[in-house]
Ligand binder design. Structure first.
Ligand SMILES: NC(=O)C1=CN([C@@H]2O[C@H](COP(=O)(O)OP(=O)(O)OC[C@H]3O[C@@H](n4cnc5c(N)ncnc54)[C@H](O)[C@@H]3O)[C@@H](O)[C@H]2O)C=CC1
Ligand SMILES: C[N+](C)(C)CC(=O)CC(=O)[O-]
Length: 515
């Protein structure tokens, strides 16, 4: 179970959350082929609250999906700043007909062989409800090749993901004239709902967009190794110490625009356009695929990374992906901005209020944080590190400020709160991947002062308390000043309502002077 909103606090008025395992209102996805990619799709849907039904003839499929799910449960819940809904139910089925029953999304991820995929589509045509979307994970085939000869062509689209599907947001959506606008809209909406980014291509093309880049880079890298210019490790270093980091945040064109200096892209093109006719690339020329090439590449790869198991590499990759995407979230850019938008859309459903009107019961502490401890919040002691307690409480304070009306517009108009004093007590430890919630009380609101009391819980286990004194300031003079009347009024409502609650244990505590 992941982060169900707590019932006993002043949570936002929210739509009822579906509960795990068996709620018939839950959405259902069918996964046909549960290998590397199908397993990733299964995890993405499950952790976003969907029921998942799998068909895969491999007797090892259940174990393999469980392994992928372990990785996903470890990394995805902490990616965003809002808890995920309760997990759906995962079931395995002996036939395609049984697996697709009740599914509104069917994702085909069988091996990349057109004859095999078409055989599967023949069965899907007979059993999938016509209102459902059928997405194919194919890396290279065009949707017209998958639709050909089937009378349900309208519901078949390419939905090409990236590995690991549970963390990577991009899905290339490729359609044809056979697809109805309803199917395309539904496909895009469901992809967005599970936290991904649907990139709808203007036309179909072999290998879509991203794999064409990857193929070009891959071919050139194989040449560089074959010709003895660089090893696999040196090529990886050229990417990870160089353009790979840039690409992750600005892509290709925006990066080159900046590289053109003040004159931007035109200057960049004037400077580097002529290189297009220089012998910088062998892109159209493919190295011969033979045992010698395989031994060379695989041998260097073993020497480079053989000290790690694939499982270890997956975890290193996932830790890094989560850390990078969370860093991009702090600057609200690229994949981080996408995650922030996804979080924002789910706040209400997870019991988090944004305004006074959202708060169902003013007399109770307000739920101001409902999230999972992310991988990058832990330290060498293997638990959430101390600075993140302040981070979490600061997020709670920000939400409380927004609720009383000190939102982005108010701050832009010149008023805000500064924290004058903080006291945090660490009561119990908590680990990455665990759900935490903060409940907040207004202890006192007088003139410029706002005195807040935060309690952090995992379930009903108290983890920490934070006592914070804030002062309202005029951002022009940088001096304390009275808040706008509507803020003062809202704060007073909370202070009055919370005054009826028992005095919190530890309120006003200081670290005593040495005796
Ligand atoms: N591995 C990657 O990096 C990516 C792969 N893809 C695409 O995803 C698809 C699947 O690739 P992977 O997951 O890598 O392959 P995989 O080999 O890991 O998994 C394929 C799974 O399909 C199952 N299978 C075989 N025949 C089946 C059938 N008739 N019905 C149901 N299941 C069947 C196999 O038992 C296996 O578990 C391919 O189209 C591939 O191009 C897309 C993005 C990335
Ligand atoms: C190698 N590949 C063509 C299967 C890769 C993809 O399709 C996307 C990815 O995850 O890199």
């Amino acid at each position: 179970m992941h982060g169900a909103p707590c019932e006993s606090v002043g949570v936002a008025r929210a739509e009822a959350q579906p509960n795990a395992n068996g709620n018939e209102n839950m959405k259902t996805a069918a996964i046909i082929g549960g290998g590397v990619i199908g397993g990733g799709w299964a995890a993405r849907f499950l952790l976003n609250g969907w029921n998942v039904r799998v068909f895969d003839p491999d007797p090892e499929a259940e174990r393999k999906i469980t392994d992928v799910l372990d990785n996903a449960r470890r990394s995805l819940p902490g990616l965003g700043n809002v808890a995920l809904p309760a997990e759906g139910a995962l079931t395995f089925h002996p036939t395609i007909a049984e697996a697709v029953a009740g599914a509104s999304w069917v994702q085909e991820s069988v091996p990349e062989r057109l004859d095999l995929k078409q055989k599967v589509y023949g069965e899907l045509q007979q059993h999938v409800a016509r209102g459902a979307v059928i997405g194919s994970s194919t890396s290279g085939y065009k949707p017209s090749q998958l639709q050909e000869g089937f009378d349900n062509a309208a519901q078949i689209v390419v939905a090409h993901p990236f590995n690991p599907v549970y963390l990577m947001p991009l899905v290339e959506v490729v359609t044809t004239d056979a697809n109805t606008p309803e199917v395309i809209d539904k496909a895009k909406a469901i992809i967005a709902e599970i936290g991904m980014y649907p990139l709808h291509l203007k036309k179909e093309i072999d290998a879509h967009v991203a794999d064409r880049f990857l193929e070009a880079v891959w071919r050139e890298a194989l040449w560089l190794v074959k010709d003895g210019i660089a090893t696999t490790e040196e090529i990886d270093n050229a990417i990870r110490y160089g353009f790979g980091i840039r690409w992750a945040q600005m892509g290709l064109f925006e990066t080159y625009r900046v590289a053109g200096g003040e004159a931007g892209m035109k200057h960049f093109l004037a400077q580097f356009g002529p290189c297009l006719t220089w012998p910088w690339t062998k892109l159209m020329d493919v190295p011969e695929y033979n045992d010698e090439l395989v031994d060379l590449i695989a041998g260097q790869s073993d020497a480079q990374s053989g000290k790690y198991s694939i499982r270890e590499l997956e975890r290193i990759r996932d830790d890094n992906l989560v850390g990078m995407m969370r860093a991009l979230g702090n600057t609200n850019w690229g994949a981080g901005a996408l995650q922030n938008t996804h979080d924002k859309a789910r706040e209400g459903a997870m019991g988090l209020a944004s305004t006074m009107q959202d708060v169902a019961d003013l007399s109770q502490p307000v739920l101001t944080l409902n999230r999972t401890v992310p991988l990058d919040w832990t330290d060498y002691n293997g638990h959430m590190t101390e600075s993140r307690y302040l981070d979490a409480f600061a997020q709670s304070t920000d939400r409380m400020m927004a609720i009383i009306g000190c939102d982005a517009d108010y701050i832009a108009s010149g008023g805000s709160f500064f924290t004058a004093e903080t006291h945090i007590r660490h009561i119990d430890e908590v680990h990455a991947g665990h759900p935490i919630q903060v409940r907040t009380r207004v202890i006192m609101a007088e003139g410029k002062k706002m005195h807040l009391w935060h309690e952090m819980y995992e379930g009903e286990r108290l983890l920490a308390t934070g006592e914070h004194m804030l002062l309202h300031v005029d951002l022009k003079t940088r001096r304390s000043a009275p808040p706008a009347p509507h803020l003062a009024e809202n704060l007073a409502k909370f202070a009055e309502a919370h005054a009826g609650l028992p005095t919190p244990d530890g309120l006003g505590r200081a670290i005593g002077a040495p005796r």
